[in-house]
Write a protein that binds this ligand. Structure first.
Ligand SMILES: Cc1cc2nc3c(=O)[nH]c(=O)nc-3n(C[C@H](O)[C@H](O)[C@H](O)COP(=O)(O)OP(=O)(O)OC[C@H]3O[C@@H](n4cnc5c(N)ncnc54)[C@H](O)[C@@H]3O)c2cc1C
Length: 224
């Protein structure tokens, strides 16, 4: 479970309105990351998610973040959102007799970055379609409702159950590893880079991490 805390703030002095900012630094967000999602006119969502064993709560970490972040020195919080974010992956079964689980309740959250809105909506859409058929047929058995899981997995190309492996890789990286990755890619032509080009950067500039990265790519692209 990730603990998340977010302020909506005004008078945020963000670098650019067309960019979102991520902060990968364990002194800001232990086992997670901080973010500034700009909304224009100095308004932004400023938040963080933590999974680490830090004694500070997510709220305390957020207060520390906004106190020290250059972009929020003159900003005022106008709204606060706090909550658990289930990043443990999909629950074992998302349907049963007379029951379908969607969204956070089903673990439909991207375990790498904690985003659950898109996956939750995809889940809701697939569940809605199965529910409509089940109502027409008057059949709410788990055998009938299994269609929901089949459709959800198909709509997400079957990648959701594989994402926790990427999360574990990301969590295994130190602050220094993150800095090295950013430095390795900062002068590369990312827009035109294909998978082979991506792997080449790891093999040539980050050999210690390349083995794990190749293993992950093989999991998602068996033909790789
Ligand atoms: C601080 C924070 C920031 C986040 N930022 C992002 C982000 O930027 N992008 C992203 O994709 N995801 C983000 N997430 C995750 C995302 O918010 C959730 O994954 C998503 O909202 C889950 O949707 P849901 O419908 O399953 O649950 P919820 O959005 O939690 O909706 C559940 C609803 O059920 C209601 N409810 C609860 N109990 C009952 C009851 N007994 N009877 C009736 N109603 C009840 C609740 O009031 C609530 O309205 C964030 C999470 C946190 C904590």
């Amino acid at each position: 479970m990730m603990s998340g805390a977010q302020f909506e703030m005004c008078n945020v002095d963000s670098t650019r309105d067309d960019l979102i900012e991520f902060y990968f630094d364990s002194s800001i967000a232990s086992g997670g990351y901080g973010w500034i999602f700009t909304k224009g006119n100095g308004v932004a969502n400023v938040g963080l998610g933590i999974t680490g064993s830090d004694k500070k709560s997510a709220y305390e970490s957020l207060l520390h973040f906004v106190k020290n972040c250059p972009a929020t020195q003159n900003a005022q919080a106008v709204e606060l959102n706090i909550g658990g974010d289930p990043v443990g992956g999909l629950v074992e079964r998302i349907y049963d007799d007379n029951l379908m689980l969607c969204g956070d309740a089903a673990g439909q959250v991207n375990p790498i970055e904690g985003g659950g809105i898109i996956l939750g909506m995809m889940g809701g859409m697939a569940a809605g379609k199965t529910a409509a058929c089940a109502i027409k047929e008057g059949n709410f058995s788990k055998k009938r409702l299994k269609q929901y899981e089949v459709d959800f997995n198909k709509s997400m190309w079957g990648v959701v159950p594989k994402l926790p492996a990427v999360r574990d890789f990301v969590l295994s990286l130190s602050d220094e590893d993150f800095a090295k990755i950013v430095n390795a890619f900062k002068d590369e032509d990312l827009v035109n880079m294909d998978v082979k080009g991506f792997i080449k950067v790891f093999v040539t500039k980050l050999p210690r991490l390349s083995f794990k990265v190749i293993k992950l790519f093989k999991m998602f692209l068996p033909s790789f």
